[in-house]
Design a protein around this ligand. Structure first.
Ligand code: KG4
Ligand code: ZN
Length: 365
């Protein structure tokens, strides 16, 4: 087990991989001092998904004020908050090229001008590290009581990723399985579009599902030969076929015209039944992995970790207790990157060269 130096390490984290521009300050990989998030979500809603060019332009406009606010909140009344920062961490991938570029260029510039070490962070690893935060003075954050312990099973469920990862220690992990096609968050977003709910689909489908019958419709679960791999594209197609049949049409009926013909009840029932099956699919695999690998902790990470049905099913089916972090720390945020950056600094990872650090849009775990 690698030992963590308790060194009073304070890290500024910068995240800009998709449509959230965020900066946060974290101390010792567990104390949350600030987390400022600005999102360009509203600008993308009309298009039904994130438009990369619009996201990148928004990052440019807000990144400096977001960082200044993160420092001001973390160190109220301190004349030069930069004196309190030991290192800068930034998401270098995976994500949208233009979006990543804004965060990475900003972090590189600050690392040079403020003379701080710079740590390049993997966005998906960052999601897992949101679970290490367990203390804060900020209002409205419900953190975990204890930090997770190794070996640690992580169920990572976001708009771009669905994977099960076994962490033996910090930076020592094994990818047990991932999605073969769509990520689970992507399935929520696509199903929302089919049944006429707003983007992003995760929150709108789960809201609609509250008024629906989750066992009204049965949808198939992908039956793969690999125990820990996922597939969600078949489920999305099954939802489309069912919705077409419900309005008395066949598979040739255009998907974009389905929503206007569905009743409120049909929409809610489809949302609830889809959500139940999608969540059961990932919970089935997480429970299987728990039984095979007997981890000391299980964590959930990524935007879909905000889903209450996922939290409920895991509590019900895992034979161990499970603690969840704040919903605000599940979707993209700077705090998770600052936390991961603290562990890079405390475990002596090699800092990045601020004159040459590049973005890695396709970075995997
Ligand atoms: O982690 P994230 O903010 O961005 C990526 O790294 O992908 O995740 C965004 C995804 C979207 O697909 C969104 O629909 C989904 O997370 N999401 C949810 C919920 N809140 C966000 N999915 C299900 N239930 C939710 N409550
Ligand atoms: Zn994310």
């Amino acid at each position: 087990m690698r030992s963590v130096k308790i060194s009073g390490m304070t890290v500024l984290g910068i995240e800009s991989s998709c449509d959230e521009t965020s900066a946060a300050v974290v101390r010792d990989g567990r104390v949350l001092l600030s987390n400022v998030v600005s999102t360009s979500l509203d600008l993308h809603k009309a298009y039904g998904g994130v438009v990369p060019e619009i996201a990148a332009r928004s990052h440019i406009e807000v990144i400096t004020p977001v960082i200044e606010e993160a420092l001001a909140v973390a160190f109220p009344g301190v004349a030069n908050p930069w004196d309190e920062i030991d290192a800068i961490a930034v998401t270098c991938g995976a994500g949208l090229g233009g979006s990543l570029l804004v965060g990475v260029m900003t972090a590189r510039t600050l690392a040079i001008t403020k003379n701080k070490p710079l740590y390049a962070c993997n966005h998906v690893e960052g999601h897992v590290y949101a679970n290490f935060l367990n203390e804060t003075n900020l209002d409205n954050y419900q953190l975990r009581e204890k930090q997770p312990e190794f070996p640690l099973l992580a169920l990572i469920v976001s708009g771009g990723h669905s994977q099960l990862v076994l962490f033996k220690d910090h930076f020592n992990y094994e990818l047990l399985g991932r999605t073969r096609d769509d990520a689970i968050g992507e399935a929520f977003d696509k199903v929302a579009k089919i049944i006429g709910l707003p983007y992003p689909g995760g929150p709108s489908v789960s809201e609609s599902a509250k008024n629906g019958d989750a066992v009204k419709y049965s949808f198939p679960k992908a039956n793969l030969d690999h125990p820990y791999e996922f597939s969600f594209s078949g489920l999305k197609t099954a939802v489309l076929r069912l919705a077409q049949a419900e309005i008395g049409e066949d598979f040739t009926f255009p998907s974009f015209k389905v929503a206007e013909r569905l009743s409120e009840t049909q929409r809610n029932d489809i949302a609830a039944s889809f959500q139940r099956v999608a969540i059961e699919t990932v919970v089935d695999k997480a429970v299987k992995a728990y039984e095979q690998f007997a981890p000391k902790s299980v964590v959930i990470a990524g935007g879909v970790a905000a889903n209450q049905e996922l939290r409920r099913q895991l509590r019900e089916r895992l034979p161990c207790s499970i603690d969840y972090t704040d919903i605000k720390l599940c979707t993209d945020n700077g705090a998770m990157i600052a936390t991961l950056g603290c562990y890079h600094a405390m475990l002596d990872s090699e800092p990045a060269d601020p004159y040459s650090l590049q973005i890695q849009p396709n970075l995997s775990m």
